[in-house]
Design a binder for this molecule. Structure first.
Ligand code: TYD
Ligand code: MG
Length: 416
């Protein structure tokens, strides 16, 4: 008797055989390039054969645009690619392709939302890759619930991922993110796929950041930076320059920090605005940085540096719609807040680095050399950093490294 599991069609009479860890080659998975530099890098060096990739993000952020550009790139060498859209008509997709100046004879597009039809289609067309936009619009006739419901999303994604594995066919799923940040419907989608990339950015900004939160075939927390304009999304290979392009030189409340995103340093401008509050509970508003971190730094500034912030509203923003969340940016946040309060600008040629401890000490950080190099490359002349990191960055051409041990000392160094 042949027993089949409900999802896999797996033959239970022949269970998999365990292999010793030290035998056989540990092969790098085969990859193909999407011809989009930043997407390839986020995926770990290209699209892995047979992998399932979830592309998440807020509605309108640019998921379909990125996908369409990537599919054109993947289809360019004569690979057949099927783009299934449950959201837009084929006419709309063709018009968008035209507007982006893209055309490929091997990229097929179909407007279809029924899972069974999609599976039949892939059987018939037998494309090298499939993309489904979006998983929330796809439904199976086997289930009674509405498209976008947890059971539909889970069932449809499960079938599509299974097909991807069985045929070794890379499959992209687009998923909308809810306000709370979870992929609408179930978070369970993230467990089913090999790679999860989120497209993020502020609506009003042209920058978009593609972030990996899960990758079975590469490192997570790698990011790709894009700029959206009339001709679509463009890879940004020099993000530091772009993020600093509009920096107000010599304005109080502006600090620059070499943050590390994934494996690369990116210079980010942090801005703070401190002004007297009329509220019983003054505001603490952050964009792009951790709210609790700001609360902690404000307490340290108050208690250890003697700055009176209790009656002040405080706003802190990471410029360009980026999110930076690492302790190494503490000093820059604290300095920006102090600078705004005191109305004294921070040395515009200096970058600031360091974690701030609860006693007001400046603690060592990782990758100081890499960060300082990026600052030097962009023409900064001073790097204020933890004293314990000083030996790592001692001789960097043109960059004067200043070691500090406490927050007070650091502020004395940079506030003019
Ligand atoms: P889209 O890819 O449809 O977003 P999603 O699939 O995530 O919902 O992108 C929608 C926005 O992108 C839309 O507001 C217009 C803008 N856009 C551009 O600015 N330039 C372009 O070349 C394209 C195609 C879209
Ligand atoms: Mg879309």
């Amino acid at each position: 008797m042949k027993r089949e599991s409900a999802v896999g069609g797996k033959d239970l009479r022949s269970p998999a055989a365990p292999e010793p860890m030290d035998e056989g080659p540990a092969e790098e998975p085969g990859r193909v390039s999407s011809a989009i530099h930043e997407l390839d890098r986020v995926l770990g060096g290209g699209v892995v054969w047979g992998s399932a990739v979830l592309l998440g993000g807020d509605p309108g952020i640019g998921k379909s645009t990125l996908l369409l550009q990537a599919l054109h790139g993947l289809a360019a060498p004569g690979r057949s690619v099927l783009y299934v859209s449950g959201e837009e008509s084929t006419q709309q997709i063709k018009m968008r392709s035209q507007r982006l100046g893209l055309s490929s004879p091997h990229l097929y597009v179909v407007a279809e939302a029924a899972l069974e039809n999609i599976l039949a289609l892939t059987e018939q067309v037998n494309p090298a890759m499939v993309a489904v936009d979006s998983i929330q619009t796809i439904y199976s006739v086997d289930l009674e619930s509405a498209p976008g419901s947890v059971s539909q999303v889970r069932h449809c994604a499960g079938r599509l991922v299974h097909e991807a594995k069985k045929r070794g066919r890379p499959t992209f799923l687009v998923g909308h993110v809810t306000k709370e940040g979870a992929i609408a419907g179930p978070r369970v989608l993230e467990h089913m796929v090999d790679t999860v990339v989120y497209f993020e950015g502020e609506r009003g900004h042209s920058f978009r950041i593609l972030r990996t939160t899960k990758n079975r075939f590469g490192s997570t927390n790698e990011i790709g930076v894009f700029e959206m304009n009339d001709s679509g999304l463009h890879s940004v290979t020099n993000p530091s320059e772009i993020f600093l392009a509009e920096r107000p030189l010599g304005a109080p409340g502006s600090a620059v920090v070499p943050a590390i995103e994934g494996s690369r340093p990116i210079l980010v401008e942090l801005q703070a605005l401190v002004c007297p509050s009329g509220l019983a509970l003054p505001r603490r508003t952050t964009m792009g940085i951790d709210h609790n971190r700001l609360a902690l730094l404000v307490a340290v500034l108050d208690k250890k540096v003697g700055l009176s912030l209790a009656q002040q509203d405080i706003f802190v923003n990471a410029v360009g719609g980026v999110r930076v969340e690492e302790p190494a940016i503490d000093l820059a946040i604290a300095a920006a807040v102090a600078s705004s309060l005191l109305d004294r600008p921070i040395d515009p040629h200096a970058v600031l680095l360091g974690e701030v401890g609860l006693t007001g000490e400046i603690r060592g950080i990782g990758r100081a050399d890499l960060r300082a190099k990026e600052a030097a490359r962009l023409g900064f002349r001073r790097c204020v950093l933890p004293r314990t990191n000083l030996d790592r960055v001692a001789n960097l051409g043109g960059l004067d490294a200043v070691g500090v041990g406490s927050l007070k000392e650091a502020l004395d160094q940079v506030l003019r």
